[in-house]
Design a binder for this molecule. Sequence first.
Ligand code: NAD
Length: 480
Amino acid sequence: MTTKRITVAYGDGIGPEIMEATLKILKAANTPLQYDVIEVGQKMFEKGFENGIDPNSWELIRQNKVFLKAPITTPQGGGFKSLNVSARKNLSLFANVRPIRAYAPYVKTHHPDMNMVIVRENEEDLYAGIEYELTDEVVESLKLISRSGSEKIIRYAFEYARINGRKKVTCMTKDNIMKIADGLFHRVFNEVAAAYPDIETEHKIIDIGAALIADRPHTFDVVVTLNLYGDIISDIAAQVAGSVGLMGSSNIGREYAMFEAIHGSAPDIAGKGIANPSGLLNGALLMLNHIGLQKYAATIQNAWLKTLEDGIHTGDVYKEGMSTQKVGTQAFAEAVIARLGQQPANFEKTDPDKLIEKNISIELSTPEPRKRTVVGLDVYLDQEMDSVDLSQKIEQLALGNLYLKVLSNRGHNFYLNKEVKAHTGRHWRCRFCVPEGARVSNREIVQLLSELEHAGINFIKFETLCLFNGKRGYSLAPGE
Ligand code: NAD
């Protein structure tokens, strides 16, 4: 059998300990792999690489196509970017797949029947990291959702469900509040679902969805959701299943794939030799499955299940009465190695023939382009003024076809009751509209901004208000 080269990063915190344990098991199982090790994380941040990686390492990752990565500590603030987010974006790893199941009774959980897969959108949402300080006290984080990005992950979730014999796909959004962004994801879900009549579908608002994962996780099968929600619910699900230290995760793109544990670098236990290596090991097993080494994945998984059954547990899952031995990271790895070739007695044995290589190909639809018409403008101000003075000043400007419709501050429309003086901070939104049927040209936008400038009104950004094929493409202001 030919040897496959993969790229490996030992990461930060508990990363080096759990990677050492994981590779030890892979080597003991004679897995035909060769490893190109790259340095990532804290050391690279300290050397001034803002993404925590030497740009030359991307070449190696691209060459090998498969990347096994231990967790990384992202420094707070200071302009540093998360390497995880950069890797997902640079390599177009659009699908983050997190299988989460209970290992009861050997790992204690209140939900022994849970067995779900969270399919998390991996490239968009608030993780674009586009943030601004708008005024002295107001900041902004942009949530970007695209139709094609949504369709890609939702189709992936349905294809994954079909190939893996899963029966239901649940979509989770917060479209009761974010009607446009989350609304798009939910709408695309409904459109895609129509092509999979063999699969049951449902939608849950993310807050009750997260609560139900904590309370009745066995009722979920495949869950598809936006990036941030997926991040949160996968930690909830993993913890409910027994420990965040148990579960692996794959990040899949059309060309490249990255495999990791779902948990972070656990600085609180780093260097103590007590971390559970199972999360990264399970990530590595997903990798073996992905590259066609199912036989090795099955052998290691069976040995790992037997180790759990034998009660040999790291501290995070150790329970008096059920566990027989509390071990550290390397001793756990040795226990798995000692059981290579053995089968679990009670857990269902992993059959390599039943592990399917999950090369899922996605065909995106090509919707008709829609006609975009600009019918207004929201101009944001950083202005020390009360609502009455500000609205009077704006009304005196020569605005042509445009008129002031809304003057809001933190979502409250003060223009509804123009006589009441209110002063709630410097961050104002002025909504300018044109009469029905008219449109706003770029020249009118420039003129409006110029009028504001001449009047000494300090604008800081603007957003156009558009109709798409005649349908409103912006949220209404309160009372509008
Ligand atoms: P964490 O997942 O590292 O730790 C949360 C808790 O779970 C801690 O109490 C920790 O001790 C425990 N835990 C985690 N993994 C364990 C294991 N294998 N065995 C036993 N216990 C384990 O989350 P955090 O503390 O919020 O984040 C720490 C750092 O990790 C942060 O810098 C964060 O940015 C980073 N992070 C990285 C990744 C990644 O590289 N993919 C993911 C999440 C967080």
